[in-house]
Write a protein that binds this ligand. Sequence first.
Ligand SMILES: *Cc1c(COP(=O)(O)O)cnc(C)c1O
Length: 374
Amino acid sequence: MQFRDLKTQYHHLKKDIDAAIQTVLDNTNFISGAPVTELEEQLASYVGVKHCETCGNGTDALSLVLMAWGIGPGDAVFVPDFTFFASGEVVAHQGAVPVFVDVDADTFNLDPERLEEAIKAVLKEGRLKPKVIIAVDLFGLPADYPRIQAIADEYGLKVLEDGAQGFGGAINGRRTCSFGDAATTSFFPAKPLGCYGDGGAVFTDDAELAALIQSYKIHGKGSFKYDNVRIGVNSRLDTLQAAILQVKLRAFADTELEAVNAVAAQYTEALGGRVKTPAVPEGFSSSWAQYTITLPEVDQRDALQAALKAQGIPTMVYYPKPMHEQTAFEDVPFTKGSCPVTESLCKRVLALPMHPYLTEESAGTVVSQIKKSL
Ligand SMILES: *Cc1c(COP(=O)(O)O)cnc(C)c1O
C-alpha cells in the first residue's frame, strides 16, 4: 500500500498527461508558454479570485507576497506553531520575526483566541510592529477565516492564507486560496493538487499586488524583462508543469476531490469512537491533504505506527516538532512561550494513507488493522 499513490494516479491520467507533455516538447516554449497563462486563468476561476500568479514553489509564493507587502526587520508575523517549516521560514528570511501561535486541538489550525493574545503581547512589549497573520489550512482543512479576519481587521493586520495543503477546501461554499488579502498554494507532487516537480501560486483580488508579484518573480521586471525596477527573484512555473497541472486540475475538480472525501468519510465512520478522528467544523470542507488521527499518548501512537508498518501500511507523523522548538528558530524572540497544544499533538498525531485512488477495500484494511492493534 502507498501512503499517497502517485503512480496509480499517473496511470489513470497517462493518455492526457503524455499528450500535454508532448505538445510542450513540440512547441519548445519551456518558459512562459501558453499553458502557464491558461492555467493561471483556470486556477483563479476555480478558486474564485481575480488574479493568480504561478511561481517556482509554495515557499516562494509566500515569500513573494511578504516581499510585495514590504515585510522586513522590526515586523512581527503570526504563524501557527503546528505547520510545515516553510510557513515560518519565509518570515525569518525577510528579516521579520515569526511569532508562533498555538493551534486548536480538534482542527489542528490556528486558535483565534491564542492569536489575539499573541498580538496583544507583541503590542505590549512594544519592540515589533504586528503586520501579517499567516493562517495555514493544515491537512486540507481551511483555517477559521471568519474569526481570523475579524481579529486582523481589529488590529489592522493583513491575512496571508497558506493554502499549500488546502487547495480544494471550502467554508460555506467559498473555496480556499480565496481568503485573506492574498493566498498561496504549492504544487509539490504530494499536495492535493500536485505537479511533477516544484510549483506554486499566489491568489489575490488585489490587482496592484498581483502586478507587484509578477514583477518580483521575474527579477523585479518593469515594463519588460530587461528593464529592472526592483530587486526580485527568479521564480516561475515552467511550461511543462503548467501543462501537467491543466490535466491534473481537471481530474481534481471532476473526481479526485470527491474521491478523497469518500475515503475520509469511510475512515471517520469506521474509526469514530475508537480513536480521535479529525474534526471538520459545520460549513467547512477539507481537501484531505492528510487524514490525521490523534492517539492518547506517544507510546500508543508509536506502537500503532509500528504495528501498521509490520502489516505493510505506511503512516507518517506530521509534524514531529513544534515550530518554536526548531533549531533554526532558536534565536528568534518570542519562541520561548510554549504552545502546549502543539507540543502535545506532535507526540500523538498519525497520518493514514490518503489519496484519490485509495480503494474502499484498502481503506477497509487500514481500518481493520488499526482496530486490531488498538
Ligand atoms: C508544502 C508546504 C509549503 C511549501 O511548499 P513548497 O512547494 O514545498 O515550497 C508551505 N506551507 C505548507 C503548510 C506546506 O505544507
